[in-house]
Design a protein. Structure first.
Length: 288
């Protein structure tokens, strides 16, 4: 069991860190409460006997005695899984306990009897409400300027109060439309990576078959067709606006097989990449 004394300063039971997760840490339990916020990357959170796919914005409240560990989706360091951790003892909130609802799951976890069996509480930060708070907590903890303990305590109260609000006014994060919006945004930002249906389904908390049905119903395209369209569109932009070679551009948008790339580009646009580039350059010259 991890002990709070390993982390807390004398007389102050709040500790904040920012960790790049790996495969070296074993599942563990601790004698303190832990708030975990996924700041970057994706992967899995092992909580007792559950395996939970995670992505940026996931937030967990882990109580005393729950076994857990984070794992990145890949051992490659170019896809890090970065977690903000705020650990604390409920005693630091004792004089503010009256400010919280006793019916809140978070408060039951913090101040409930030993018989409370909540293993974890999971939220999703859909509007970047929590990312700034965790960043500010970490910055305050590192700098330790005058009054930092007070600021850390108030930031912790703010986070817990917002989590309580999430319970009372849940977000629409579980609707299919919002899950799909997240998937489309992920494709937009990561189109050059080797994105798979299974990966996207995990990030959307769906089975692969359900994800594919919803994707086709909402976009009119299969996942593969949509990803290809995004990549070819980006390729066209680079052909128009840069002097990079066709091979370089193909690699930048996610294609290593040049034979397949040329076939796909012609299928989508009706011309070869060089013909596309020359036609755009000629149009630009005429307009000038």
């Amino acid at each position: 069991m991890l002990k709070g004394e390993q982390f807390f300063e004398p007389g102050f039971d709040i500790h904040v860190n920012r960790e790049m997760e790996s495969f070296t840490l074993s599942p563990h339990i601790h004698d303190f409460i832990e708030l975990c916020f996924v700041e970057e990357g994706s992967g899995y959170h092992y909580v007792d006997d559950k395996v939970i796919p995670i992505k940026r914005g996931d937030l967990f409240v882990i109580p005393i005695g729950t076994s857990h560990v984070f794992r990145p989706s890949s051992p490659k360091q170019d896809k890090p899984l970065v977690i903000y951790n705020c650990i604390f003892r409920p005693s630091v909130l004792a004089e503010w306990k009256h400010m919280f609802s006793s019916n809140s799951k978070v408060m039951k976890l913090l101040f409930g009897s030993p018989r409370v069996t909540i293993k974890d509480i999971h939220f999703q930060d859909r509007n970047d409400q929590f990312s700034t708070l965790f960043y500010n907590m970490h910055t305050e903890y590192l700098r330790k300027h005058t009054g930092y303990k007070t600021i850390l305590t108030t930031l912790l109260i703010q986070i817990l109060s917002m989590l309580q609000r999430y319970e009372v006014q849940p977000t629409t994060e579980d609707t299919p439309a919002n899950k799909l919006e997240d998937a489309l945004e992920y494709i937009k930002n990561n189109y050059a990576q080797n994105i798979t249906v299974k990966q996207m389904a995990d990030l959307s908390y769906m089975s692969a078959s359900h994800f594919q049905r919803l994707f086709k119903k909402s976009t009119g395209l299969t996942f593969t067709q949509y990803l290809q369209n995004v990549r070819i569109q980006k390729c066209c932009e680079l052909l128009k606006t840069t002097n990079k070679s066709v091979n370089q551009i193909a690699n930048l948008v996610g294609y290593q097989d040049m034979k397949f790339f040329h076939y796909l580009f012609r299928k989508k646009t009706g011309v070869t990449p060089q013909q596309y580039r020359h036609s755009k350059q000629e149009n630009k010259a005429v307009n000038v």
